[in-house]
Ligand binder design. Structure first.
Ligand code: URA
Length: 203
């Protein structure tokens, strides 16, 4: 059994939050165990809860199209959420739910070891860019210990607002260069110039 499959089993058995008792299915995440890039959303919605898979509703179909725009397929990336159970009536995740679920996402990141983590929306952004506003930092990257953290709007928000749609589509197109930079820094430090061109901060 792979480390990821073993972890899914443990997540499946987790009933720490009240919402776990009301879920139809747990939604741990899915994708390649060796993915270079990991997308982190907020929480499963109705469709995800039905299917046990992340981003399969309207926002997910839009995410698929965004991936195609940079020649990536779902199977090449890893997709997860900050919390693994659907909050009732699509309410926002509670701080206690985020904190109870935190170690599952930590373990996923530890197993996959992505070169780049893309946050989709406010809740996953808060993990890596605490106190920041998404309208200010979307499309900017931060490099920490060789991993690039990159903030984007949530596809569900972008779907219904033209200005956000333009922004998310432009931000997506920057990913290949950032990923290439992440791979390059395995061997050498990025030049200040290339990091600046990519709007990348080192912390
Ligand atoms: N929105 C999310 O944040 N995650 C999903 O899996 C689906 C919609």
């Amino acid at each position: 059994m792979s480390a990821l499959t073993e972890l899914y089993q443990q997540i499946h058995d987790c009933f720490k939050c009240e919402i776990a008792k009301r879920r139809c299915q747990v939604v741990p995440g899915e994708g390649a165990e060796n993915a270079e890039i990991m997308f982190i959303g907020e929480a499963p919605g109705w469709h995800e809860d039905q299917q046990g898979r992340p981003f399969v509703g309207q926002a997910g179909q839009y995410l698929d199209r965004l991936l195609v725009s940079i020649n990536l397929k779902r199977a090449q990336v890893y997709i997860a959420n900050v919390i693994k159970c659907r909050p009732p009536d699509n309410r926002d995740p509670l701080p206690s739910e985020i904190s109870n679920c935190r170690h599952w996402l930590d373990s996923q990141i530890e197993i996959i070891k992505p070169r780049m983590i893309v946050t989709l929306g406010r809740y996953s952004m808060a993990r890596y860019f605490p106190g920041k506003s998404i309208s200010k930092i979307h499309g900017t990257a931060q490099k920490q210990e060789g991993v690039i953290y990159y903030a984007m709007y949530h596809p569900a928000a972008a779907l219904h607002q033209t200005s956000l749609k333009l922004a998310i589509e432009a931000d997506m197109l920057k990913i290949p260069k950032l990923l290439a930079e992440a791979n390059r820094v395995q061997e050498a430090k990025p030049t200040t110039e290339s990091a600046q061109q990519l709007n990348m901060f080192e912390v």
